[in-house]
Design a protein around this ligand. Structure first.
Ligand SMILES: Nc1nc2c(ncn2[C@@H]2O[C@H](COP(=O)(O)OP(=O)(O)OP(=O)(O)O)[C@@H](O)[C@H]2O)c(=O)[nH]1
Ligand SMILES: [Zn+2]
Ligand SMILES: [Zn+2]
Ligand SMILES: [Zn+2]
Length: 257
């Protein structure tokens, strides 16, 4: 499916080549992370199946987090639809077209940040390509991994795609307004999560009714507080100074929005 990563298939991409690709990715991810942490920006890698409700959740989030300066990068194989939706919802957004690749990598994110021209931001949402497999193995430099799992996907996805859920800091169980129409039990999904997630954390939400969005936003606020506390204990500007250049996307260049 994916020309770049071969989706872990050694017949498509040899293991040593694959490992070199990941090592190169990790170097760029570390650079991205320095930019984010150095400026106290919460970067959230939003992952999940195609159509799980990632963009809908972010559209709803924009309405509730109006005291934050938000921005977004949207990874899409072929269209800029998600970025357009987020722009319409009030989140400055830029599309990253991945072509044949079924995941974002750190270099694509770095390029997206440089081209974005945002001012200072509090939080960058990185909406990954809809896919429950390889986005989990590509570090982007994010401060948090969120998996949006729709209840319409069934009860067994955590067990079938454990790598994705193992690395998640939070699972957002989306579209819970549809539960009355489904043979799906939330407690069974949560039990499956507890088998694969080291510290199980799940929030039930509906972007349609607004259920659970307060808990989601509280989680984001707590996460940013923790990031600021951690970066505040480092020498001032250490993150930015350690890099070879300043990412214009994260500087005060266009601070007025
Ligand atoms: N009933 C209901 N439908 C939802 C909810 N959230 C999203 N949807 C619908 O689910 C469909 C997919 O939502 P998107 O937000 O486009 O999903 P996505 O994960 O961003 O999709 P990709 O970016 O293509 O992977 C749309 O038709 C949404 O209206 C929800 O909370 N309840
Ligand atoms: Zn989307
Ligand atoms: Zn891929
Ligand atoms: Zn940079």
């Amino acid at each position: 499916m994916c020309e770049t990563c071969g989706c872990g298939d050694p017949a498509v991409v040899r293991v040593d080549v694959h490992e070199r690709l990941l090592a190169g990715n990790d170097r760029v991810a570390a650079h991205n992370r320095e930019h984010f942490v150095g400026r106290g920006v919460l970067a959230v890698n939003m992952m999940g199946s195609p159509g799980s409700g990632k963009t809908a959740l972010l559209e709803a989030t924009a309405r509730l987090l109006c005291d934050w300066r938000l921005a977004a990068l949207s990874g899409d194989l072929a269209t800029a639809r998600d970025a357009e939706r987020l722009q319409a919802a009030g989140i400055p957004a830029r599309s990253i077209t991945t072509g044949a690749a079924c995941h974002l990598d750190a270099a694509l994110v770095h390029e997206g940040l440089h081209g974005a021209g945002w001012g200072e931001v509090d939080c960058v949402f990185i909406e990954n390509v809809g896919n429950l497999v390889c986005p989990a193995i590509y570090d982007l430099g994010q401060g948090a991994n969120v998996v949006v799992l729709s209840v319409t996907e069934g009860e067994d996805k955590p067990l079938k795609y454990p790598v994705m859920f193992k690395g998640a800091d939070l699972v957002v169980l989306s579209k819970v307004d549809l539960l009355p129409h489904l043979d799906v039990r939330v407690e069974v999904i949560v039990e499956a999560l507890s088998r694969v997630m080291p510290a199980t954390a799940a929030i039930e939400v509906s972007a349609r009714t607004g259920q659970g969005l307060g808990r989601w936003v509280s989680w984001l606020r707590a996460r940013r507080e923790a990031l600021r506390a951690a970066s505040g204990s480092a020498p001032a500007g250490a993150g930015a100074a350690a890099t070879t250049h300043a990412c214009p996307a994260l500087t005060a260049r266009n601070a007025k929005r």
